[in-house]
Design a protein around this ligand. Structure first.
Ligand SMILES: [Zn+2]
Length: 442
């Protein structure tokens, strides 16, 4: 076996219960001939020492070694029982490390799952490294991953539950955008599950599958006020405090600003926003938090509004958005209440239809918005962070068609505790950092 002794070759292989008989590189791949170290075996039926009956070679791919794919040629022993009274005749040895008729060793399958799931690598890239097909890797991801994802302990200990929607498939010419609802542990910053559709029924049935003890532990639910989620929560989570968090309120306000901008563009220019249009050029600045604008950004914003917003409606909506944001920046419930009243007075005064609609939604959800103050630690950060991770998985997956694949990949990336390669705990790190790191969700 080339330059290696059997012992060092076996040490390099590091597969418990196996030793290397020969090693060579063929076509850029390691070809390792291996056998088990078990030479004395008792009959599975009677326990009498078995006799070697022959060998059969099975080929299976293992983890790459020094950048090369590895093929193991396992010289499997066939055993025979010589005890006349025993019903067992012959059998083939079995090892947990290599499943029957497997294309990959168990550890290679687990690694494939870890790379696709935890690291969000593309299935095709992992398949190439292992020297197998796409379907083999995807099967390994499904087999190993499903076990991790369906582990009932995975959902334990949720005190603050966040509900959020995310698009699963973008609209095409023939089909509308398909949405899913994500359920997030807002304290642990992990994705608990995704359910198809963004309806009350979808949330209802997910909650219906939880135990009374699990439901009792949930003290706070943060949600998007646009959705009919709240009514789904009443029966199983009637004890929990419902809040509209910062993230969802600001998203709502931003949507209103966007609507006014589009309507104004249409009214003043007679067409939808195009690149050189003044309001179109400041569309992102309009949605940026005022205190985050640079000096240059503020100048551009003002100039864009001066040219593109003769009626002042976009500016009025922008001001409304900032007033609603101020509610969340206020210190204490009394101050928040006062800021909220300023928002109402502004919205009622300027009479911009989109802003009036926003104010109506805010009024309907006032209790839940102000309840935000009673829940310290209920932050929008984790929802935002998980949304970023979801986007990353979608990008790598090049648009999923299959919901259960999509759910599996998302949960493996941001809903599972990976035991191997544990990094330092992220609790206490800033949310911005957490949002950028794929490990933030473990
Ligand atoms: Zn026997």
């Amino acid at each position: 076996m080339g330059q290696y002794s059997s012992a060092s070759g076996s040490a390099l292989l590091g597969l418990d219960g196996f030793e290397v008989l020969a090693a060579e590189i063929v076509g850029g791949e390691w070809q390792l001939e291996v056998q088990t170290t078990a030479t004395v075996v008792g009959c599975v039926g009677c326990g009498v020492r078995a006799e070697l009956h022959g060998r059969r070679t099975v080929r299976v791919r293992d983890l790459p070694s020094s950048g090369r794919p590895v093929v193991l040629a396992w010289r499997k022993r066939l055993w025979r029982c010589r005890e006349p009274a025993c019903g067992v005749r012959t059998w083939t040895e079995r090892m947990a490390a290599i499943g029957p008729r497997a294309v990959l060793t168990q550890r290679a399958r687990a690694e494939a799952c870890r790379r696709v799931g935890k690291d969000a690598h593309a299935v095709a890239a992992v398949a190439r490294d292992l020297g197998v097909g796409w379907a083999t890797v995807m099967r390994a991801v499904a087999d190993h991953g499903t076990e991790l994802v369906e582990d009932p302990g995975r959902l334990d200990g949720v005190a603050t539950l966040g509900l959020d929607e995310t698009s699963f498939l973008k609209a095409t010419r023939l089909a509308p955008t398909r949405w899913v609802t994500g359920l997030v542990d807002l304290e642990g910053g992990r994705l608990l599950d995704v359910v198809a559709e963004r309806t009350r029924a979808a949330v209802d049935s997910w909650l219906g599958a939880r135990s009374p003890a699990w439901l009792a532990e949930v003290a706070t639910v943060a949600l998007d006020p646009w959705r009919g989620y709240a009514s789904a929560l009443v029966a199983p989570l009637g004890h929990a405090r419902v809040v509209v968090d910062h993230f969802h309120a600001v998203r709502l306000a931003n949507a209103a600003v966007d609507q006014v901008r589009r309507r104004t563009q249409q009214a003043t220019l007679g067409h939808r926003g195009r690149k050189p249009d003044p309001l179109y050029r400041i569309r992102k600045l309009l949605l940026t938090a005022a205190e985050q604008l640079t000096q240059r950004g503020r100048v551009r914003l003002r100039a864009g509004l001066a040219v593109g917003d003769p009626g002042g409606e976009v500016a009025a909506a922008w001001q409304g958005k900032e007033l609603l944001r101020a509610v969340y920046a206020a210190v204490g419930t009394a101050a928040a209440r006062a800021t909220l009243d300023r928002f109402y007075r502004w919205a009622d005064g300027v009479q911009v239809p989109e802003l009036s609609r926003l104010a109506r939604t805010v009024r309907a959800w006032e209790v839940e918005i102000l309840a935000f103050y009673a829940t310290d630690g209920c932050s929008n950060g984790p929802t935002e962070a998980v949304n970023l991770l979801i986007k990353k998985v979608k990008r790598v997956g090049h648009g999923f068609r299959n919901f259960s694949n999509y759910r599996l990949r998302l949960l493996l990336h941001c809903g599972v505790m990976w035991q191997t390669h544990r990094t330092t705990r992220l609790r206490g790190r800033s949310l911005r950092l957490a949002a950028q790191s794929p490990q933030s969700c473990v």
